[in-house]
Ligand binder design. Structure first.
Ligand code: AHM
Ligand code: MG
Length: 334
């Protein structure tokens, strides 16, 4: 029998207020999915004059998606505050108190450069525990700055040929597709499991001249094919939507890299730790893969700010292990 998201959550043993929040959030994603599907017919295309906190031009759909999620999630009973790629500060929902609750972080519309060209885009989300406070007080950004290891749930929704939710409650990874006929999220895939070995990598190769030596070495070894050190031929894919690239890895394995590079040497990477790298790292680990930020497991990094950037390498375990070894070797004295 096909299991719906509601049935899965009800049987998962998860805290009912976490279930409440996840249903509110996925309800918001259903509305984003409908807006994406309407496209130009719904006046959602194009850029705005505004920039987000990262200095990136905001697309209409970035802002619409952010507003949809804020509105959809606010009623969730124990949601304390929200952090978003599209908002500079945190968005308080209610006061922190003795009951704690949850913090929600999201990139409401990831891969927005792909909106106009009708390529998969997505929403990425992370849920952290809110600390308890003896007396009631407003939540502050510092309350959010917890390692990804603390996440109680994480997931993404891909708006592609199908709208697909990939979710972890820290007990494996489940995959649901939004059925446009019944408007239900149905579990249609087996639980995701990333094979440890792969012959596929994903990186924006136009940045090759800016990469650090270990990343360059890794990719050169893959490109050398069966007569090179890897002894096998590799395939390459790059959608330029992290959700789509990670989803491919969830379905058939592979490795995704958006590493530090020398274009902006003082920036740790392009992608954001708290609402892009951490949720993806938890999903990948829960599916049997691994994630590395150039120093250690992504989930162990202690955030210093809400919009902090990070170097991202994640996917099939054997490949991430190899990347870790290449980074460790580069630190050894010659
Ligand atoms: P965004 O959050 O502004 O959409 O940027 C994140 C996206 C990722 O989805 C994707 O992996 C990456 O940026 C692509 O970057 P590039 O265009 O440099 O290849
Ligand atoms: Mg993004």
């Amino acid at each position: 029998m096909t299991v719906t998201l509601g049935q899965y959550l009800a049987q998962s043993g998860a805290d009912p207020s976490l279930v409440d929040l996840l249903l509110a959030l996925t309800g918001g994603c259903e509305r984003i999915s409908a807006a994406v599907r309407r496209g130009a017919a719904g006046d959602i295309m194009g850029a705005l004059e505004s920039e987000n906190v990262q200095g990136e031009v905001q697309k209409k759909l970035d802002v619409i998606s952010n507003e949809i999620l804020l509105e959809a999630c606010a009623p969730a009973a124990r949601l304390v505050a929200i952090g978003s790629e599209e908002m500079e500060g945190i968005h308080p929902v209610r006061k922190l108190g003795p009951d704690g609750g949850f913090f929600l972080l999201f990139d409401p519309l990831d891969g927005s450069s792909n909106i106009e060209v009708n390529v998969s885009i997505g929403t990425i989300f992370s849920i952290l525990p809110a600390p308890t406070s003896a007396s009631e007080r407003e939540p502050i950004e510092a309350d959010f700055l917890q390692p990804g290891r603390n996440q109680v749930a994480a997931g993404y929704v891909v708006y592609g040929p199908q709208t697909t939710l990939v979710l972890t409650l820290r007990a494996g990874v489940r995959v649901f597709t939004l059925d446009p006929v019944t408007a239900q999220w149905l579990e249609v895939n087996e639980a995701a499991a990333i094979p440890p070995e792969t012959k596929e990598f994903a990186i924006n190769a136009s940045n090759m001249r800016h990469w650090a030596a270990p990343v360059r070495q890794y990719v050169e070894d893959c490109l050398a094919g069966e007569t090179g050190p890897r002894g096998k031929n590799f395939n390459m894919r790059w959608v330029a939507s992290m959700v789509a690239d990670v989803h491919r890895i969830m379905m058939r394995g592979g490795v995704f890299l958006y590493p530090w590079d020398a274009r902006e040497p003082n920036r740790a990477g392009k992608l954001r730790l708290m609402y892009e790298a951490n949720p993806m790292a938890l999903l990948v680990e829960q599916a049997g893969g691994a994630s590395f930020d150039g120093f250690g497991p992504t989930l162990d990094a202690k955030p210093v700010s809400l919009h902090q950037r990070v170097s991202v390498m994640l996917g099939s375990k054997a490949e991430v292990d190899r990347l870790q070894r290449l980074h460790a070797d580069a630190l050894q004295p010659a």
